[in-house]
Design a protein. Structure first.
Length: 321
């Protein structure tokens, strides 16, 4: 990789979408670089177990991420461990600027930067992050061995993470703001069957308190009666959804009111040659398999786009020759 190198395709983000795009781009013989600032795999790498990747009944998120990465690299995909600071559309080429100030250019750019855990914004959440407040059970669960933790949320993530935590901890509370979960039935059933998990329905968190050892209790409020109480707990795990990581989406690209990027069926944005995939893209559901499908779609569409751009450039060449 050098400053003056022109790529066919630059992929920003190495989650399941980006890695699949890399695989398809290499198989389509596109000169491609994938840029990821963290560990390849994204959110998938943080999943304890993945049970809905077709053809594989059970695999850890870390192992599946490794397989995605190795598969793409086996076709020669270049993976750059760098932070991207901007994606800038251009007429001839689109540009991607890195944190080390290197400027890369390409005919096509695929952005798959995913989302970040949503914050509750209650007192104590920010102050005690890393001291008992966490957004990742696989990363931090170990620190709560034989302790009591409280999970917030009622979606698939909250269920999966509560189940994971129940294997390590003494007791898991799930505080959910209404009287029904939105998680898939299979996960709800597993949560119900786990005797270490206790659900606190119609309950919101109002504050997180800590002593010198870290989090020690939470303030809770019943959303029906308004009753307030304090509950001792050693940890708080918050899983209330994701916000799209849209900071790199260039100005002028259409997004919906929630900040997800609107694309066509090729995953192409309203700027030709800029594609958005995975959890950052407006869509019905967010799954590994859907991000992977986005990645393959975008890479195939990008291959066509690159071909047209190169053919157009070749037609324009004779004048200067
Ligand atoms: P989600 O489905 O959006 O669920 C968020 C949960 O947090 C909801 O129960 C919501 O309550 C609650 N919530 C939101 N804001 C809150 C607030 N301010 N205070 C209290 N509670 C709040 O998010 P997710 O569970 O992270 O899942 C995201 C996507 O990934 C979903 O499409 C999910 O299906 C998918 N996913 C799939 C799997 C799998 O298939 N194995 C695993 C993980 C995630 P309400 O229900 O009242 O709105």
């Amino acid at each position: 990789m050098s400053e003056n190198e022109i790529y066919d395709l630059i992929i920003v983000g190495g989650g399941p979408g980006g890695l699949t795009a890399g695989l398809y781009a290499m198989r389509a013989a596109l000169k491609t670089v994938l840029i990821e600032k963290g560990v390849p795999g994204g959110q998938m790498a943080l999943s304890d177990e993945v049970e809905n990747w077709p053809g594989t009944e059970r695999i850890t998120g870390a192992e599946l991420s490794m397989k995605f990465t190795r598969h793409a690299q086996s076709y020669g995909l270049e993976i750059l461990s760098q932070e991207v600071v901007s994606v800038d559309p251009g007429l001839e080429y689109h540009s991607v600027r890195l944190a080390n100030d290197t400027l890369l250019k390409a005919h096509g750019v695929i952005v798959g930067t995913g989302g970040s855990p949503r914050k509750l914004n209650v007192p104590g959440e920010e102050a005690y992050y890393g001291k008992g407040v966490s957004y990742c059970a696989v990363c931090d669960g170990f620190f709560f061995k034989n302790k009591t933790v409280l999970v917030v949320g009622g979606g698939d993530t909250a269920m999966e993470e509560a189940l994971y935590l129940s294997k390590l901890t003494k007791h898991v509370y799930i505080a959910h703001r209404r009287d029904a979960f939105r998680a898939s039935m299979i996960l709800q059933e597993r949560v119900k069957a786990e005797c270490k998990i206790e659900v606190l329905w119609n309950t919101v968190l109002t504050a997180i308190e800590a002593d010198e050892d870290g989090v020690c209790s939470v303030g809770l409020q019943d959303t029906v009666t308004g009753e307030k109480r304090n509950l001792p707990t050693d940890g708080v795990f918050i899983f209330i959804g994701f916000d799209p990581n849209n900071q790199l989406v260039p100005a002028g690209i259409k997004m919906n009111a929630d900040g997800y990027v609107i694309t066509d069926e090729k995953c192409e944005t309203n700027i030709s040659g800029i594609f958005v995939i995975g959890d950052l893209r407006e869509k019905y559901a967010r799954q590994i398999v859907i991000s992977a499908a986005d990645g393959s779609t975008a890479a195939l569409a990008a291959a066509y786009h690159v071909e047209i751009r190169k053919a157009a450039a070749a037609c324009a060449l004779p004048e200067g020759l």
